[in-house]
Design a protein around this ligand. Structure first.
Ligand SMILES: Cc1cc2nc3c(=O)[nH]c(=O)nc-3n(C[C@H](O)[C@H](O)[C@H](O)COP(=O)(O)O)c2cc1C
Length: 383
């Protein structure tokens, strides 16, 4: 029996962290929560060990004490940040308002479900702890959503895990994993949010190898839009990384292929061009005109090499702010236009797959050296 895919996908794509639209007035029947737990318990566990335990907290006094601990461990900071960002137009304002609202009202939520497991994380890499709880806790959230209930994945209380254990009389050697506030939702129209597309974050066969088109198991050929993505986390702000990443000569310091570049046009902006010089043992030396196709200071620096509409390669630096740091992402897609690589493939068509794989390998190494070089420069500049 197959499932109605559209409905299943709607459930999977609209199960949000509900915080401001929790109905604090409407009681949640115990049976409904138990049904969700029964469904959640269908999730796999390491060694098939039945070790998860669910704590449903509804007593107003206990909820109030637990909510105090949540606020003490960080929730109050969420409320303060929400006030600080209020009306600022900051992109984080909405999430901050939502997080602050939950922190302020946690004790009013009809049920708080604490998901726990017998055992302690010993770092051994064996299955059985977090990896035996998370999938069940998320199934609980999905089952709840399909019954009109909202949940929010929260972990701030873990900063006060010992006090939470005292309050709820949780014995030693039980690990708390997540606290899920549960209430009926106000309305049902939760939205799909923007996330990175799968092709941006999925590697095929080896780390960082991307594909633009389906190959269904065969080796990628040139026309498949084979690419490479490398990423590195940097302990510096975007403003400190940007001048380094946007310096077109910088990769020449780290890449054994890229020799240097000069601007053709004065101002870096979309449409501005620079000339890049490259050298490779198998392809010789070549110069190529590059055109900026995306330029957003402190965020994106992207260019097409060769014909801007049918490039030999597409390159992109992206700077992504994280909580407490920054991720630098450098990606490249081969083609679809002609290049030295296509000439090589024309000369040895039977070796096309090997030529592509070899090119990806070489690029991956150069690109990794480049981003790690940028990281080292940015981190020493700012510390
Ligand atoms: C590991 C983890 C910990 C989280 N901890 C908290 C928390 O303590 N408090 C909170 O309000 N939200 C918490 N969240 C919720 C995220 O902030 C939330 O998922 C994010 O804002 C995206 O919203 P969405 O779930 O609606 O897509 C946590 C989420 C995860 C996965």
């Amino acid at each position: 029996m197959s499932f109605p895919v559209e409905e299943t996908d709607r459930l999977l794509s609209t199960t949000r962290s509900v915080r401001r639209r929790l109905d604090l007035e409407r009681p949640v029947p115990e049976e409904l929560i138990l049904d969700c737990i029964d469904l959640a318990e269908q999730a796999p566990t390491g060694g098939n060990q039945p070790s998860r335990r669910w704590l449903v907290i509804r007593d107003p006094k206990v909820k109030a004490q637990l909510a105090d601990l949540y606020r003490e461990a960080g929730g109050s900071w969420l409320s303060e940040r929400a006030s600080a960002l209020d009306g600022s137009g900051d992109p984080r304002e909405r999430a901050a308002r939502s997080g602050g609202h939950l922190a302020d009202h946690l004790h009013e939520v009809p049920a708080l479900v604490l998901v726990t497991i017998y055992g302690e994380h010993d770092g051994s890499g064996r299955p059985g702890l977090f990896d035996s709880v998370l999938q069940a806790a998320w199934s609980f959230c999905l089952a709840a959503r399909s019954r009109g209930l909202g949940t929010a994945w929260t972990t701030l209380h873990l900063g006060a895990a010992d006090k939470v254990a005292d309050l709820l009389e949780i014995p030693d050697r039980v690990t708390q994993v997540v606290l899920l506030p549960v209430a009926y939702t106000i309305g049902d129209d939760f939205l799909i949010v923007d996330r990175r597309p799968a092709r941006d974050i999925t590697w095929f066969d080896k780390w960082g190898r991307t594909l633009q088109s389906p190959v269904d198991g065969r080796s990628p050929l040139f026309a498949d839009g084979a690419g490479v993505t490398v990423e590195v986390d940097i302990d510096a702000k975007a403003a400190g990384i940007w001048p380094i990443a946007a310096d077109i000569n910088l990769p020449a310091r780290f890449s054994d292929e890229f020799q240097g570049a000069e601007w053709i046009d004065d101002e870096p902006a979309v449409g501005a061009r620079f000339m890049g010089r490259n050298r490779r043992d198998d392809l010789g030396e070549w110069e190529i005109t590059c055109t900026l196709v995306d330029y957003e200071p402190e965020r994106v620096f992207a260019w097409h090499a060769g014909d801007v509409d049918s490039p030999a390669a597409q390159w992109r630096f992206e700077i992504e702010p994280l909580l407490g740091g920054t991720r630098l992402r450098f990606s490249m897609v081969l083609g679809p236009g002609p290049s030295g690589l296509t000439a090589l493939i024309e000369a040895m068509p039977e070796k096309e797959a090997a030529i592509i794989a070899n090119r990806q390998k070489g690029q991956a190494a150069n690109m990794r050296r480049t981003i790690e070089g940028i990281r080292d420069l940015a981190e020493t500049q700012t510390t």
